[in-house]
Write a protein that binds this ligand. Structure first.
Ligand code: UD1
Ligand code: MG
Length: 465
């Protein structure tokens, strides 16, 4: 087999997005549009992948580099048409043999299926060019496939088409596989003699048809549908998410109300017998172990959850790690740098940040644990707060294994509570507590006997009759 190179056309302005952000960096299922064809190219084992960029090139290139995609970038300064865009790629491919195949994709068409490309490559056979089409009720705006006796003759653009041609329902998807030698010869002869004064890549179809058959494969419309505005973006996002949810359901994940669940495209680990409630969002690089239950309304971003953990409704976890069998929430908030070991319990309205809780530690109610190193089996009472910030710097709180922190305690960091120590409820801990000690900071309680009765009498006497 000859090597396959992938070219992704993405120089367009994306005017209808009405956005400061380049169109191809808007996301479908959490993955920027451009990274969909990039992922497809990788799955095809493409030898080289070259993106044609123009509008906001630096920003798009930075996104490619940040993900270390290995995608090469070619600059097309002015949008002179799809043929001109591909023309800019040819110097980069100068060293490749004429027999190499080039797959041309668009940067704003995210849902193209691998199966469609497999079919396209198979259909090409010995032909110099093969392409993807779709049948629409109304193909207005698109290039139309002109056939004679079923044989593809050429592609005509909307603006160049006769009324009869405009009635054709078979559209050109803009996805082609071309042998490099044919591409070189064909691009060299393109001319802008057309209604838009552009170099049309589509003119290659007529050139190929003059020499022989032009194979085509028909794809479902969603596969080849591009994003022009945010309505398209939301439509394709919903379709992508539905497909992703169905893939996970078939892999052994129970998903309730799947149309409300948002699993990002780049998530690649959700274990068997995981259960996801309505409205759950799994984002970024989240990974979920087997048998985990994530209940209604939870949002997990870049978070790793160990097997058997239970995350109760409306918990939000970001850049965190949750150990096996841990119990989190409802309404817990784990901020970046949270590491919860196995069997940790975090209850309602507990917030953590850069906090490590050892195995079996518990903080069940209403707490803030930030910049904290908390040992195994520690019990953090309701309302405990680590005072980690002095207005300038953050400081560490250490609570050693087995310590017991009474309710409504403030731990003024930097401070250490030693192994097995007790802190009495209502404490403000400003100095280290030795291992095994009891720390109390309360003002002793005073009971004034009969106070209420005396007070009432005094008040009654002072009322003017
Ligand atoms: C093109 C096809 C048309 C097809 C349609 C499918 C041509 C001449 N026409 O239409 O038959 O039905 O796609 O969507 O090819 N781009 C560049 N540089 C350019 C022009 C375009 O990189 O100079 C990129 C765009 O960013 C986009 C893609 O190519 O990703 C398609 O461009 P667009 O203007 O949408 O397509 P048309 O040329 O109108
Ligand atoms: Mg155009």
């Amino acid at each position: 087999m000859q090597p396959l190179h992938v070219v992704i056309l993405a120089a367009g302005l994306g005017t209808r997005m009405k956005s400061e952000r380049p169109k191809v960096l808007h996301c479908v299922a959490g993955r920027p549009l451009l990274f969909w064809p990039v992922a497809l190219a990788r799955s095809l084992g493409a030898a080289r992948t070259i993106a044609v960029l123009g509008h906001k090139l630096e920003e798009v290139k930075a996104a490619l580099d940040a993900r270390a995609t290995g995608v090469e970038v070619v600059r097309q300064e002015r949008m002179l048409g799809t043929g001109d865009a591909v023309r800019h790629v040819l110097p980069a491919l100068a060293g490749e043999p004429d027999e190499a195949r080039v797959l041309i994709l668009y940067g704003d068409v995210p849902l193209l299926a691998r199966a469609t490309i497999d079919a396209l490559l198979a259909a090409q056979g010995a032909a110099p060019l093969a392409l993807v089409t779709a049948i629409l009720d109304d193909a207005t705006g698109y290039g139309r496939i002109v056939r004679a006796d079923g044989r593809l003759v050429r592609i005509v653009e909307q603006k160049d088409a006769t009324p009869a041609e405009r009635a054709i329902r078979e559209m050109n998807a803009g996805i082609y596989v071309v042998t490099l030698g044919f591409l070189r010869a064909g691009i060299a002869e393109l001319s802008p003699q057309n209604a838009q004064g552009e170099l049309y890549l589509t003119d290659l179809a007529a050139r190929a048809a003059a020499a022989g058959d032009v194979p085509s494969v028909e794809a479902p419309w969603t596969d080849v549908s591009g994003v022009n505005d945010r309505v398209d973006l939301a439509r394709l996002d919903a379709i992508a998410r539905r497909r992703i949810a169905e893939r996970w359901m078939r892999a052994g994940v129970t998903i309730w109300a799947p149309d409300t669940v948002a699993i990002d495209a780049d998530i690649d680990e959700i274990g068997r017998d995981v259960e996801l409630g309505a409205g759950v969002a799994l984002r970024g690089r989240t990974a979920v172990g087997a048998g985990v239950k994530i209940d209604t309304g939870c949002v997990l971003c870049d978070t790793v959850v160990g097997p058997g953990a239970v995350i109760k409704p409306y918990s939000v976890l970001t850049d965190s790690r949750v150990g096996a069998r841990a119990q989190i929430g409802p309404f817990a908030h784990c901020r970046p740098g949270t590491v919860l070991d196995d069997d940790v319990h975090l209850g309602n309205f507990v917030e953590t940040k850069k906090a490590h809780l050892g195995p079996g530690a518990k903080a069940n109610h209403l707490s803030y644990l930030g910049d904290a190193e908390i040992g195994a089996k520690v019990n953090v009472g309701a309302g405990t707060i680590t005072c980690n910030y002095d207005g300038v710097h953050k400081h560490l709180t250490v609570i050693e294994e087995g310590a017991f922190i009474g309710s409504d305690t403030q731990l003024v960091a930097p401070v250490t509570v030693g192994k097995g120590a007790y802190v009495g409820a209502g404490a403000t801990i400003t100095a280290d507590v030795p291992a095994g000690a009891l720390a109390l900071t309360r003002v002793p309680q005073v009971n004034k006997e009969g106070y209420v009765e005396r007070k009432r009498k005094k008040r009654d006497e002072s009322v003017v009759k």
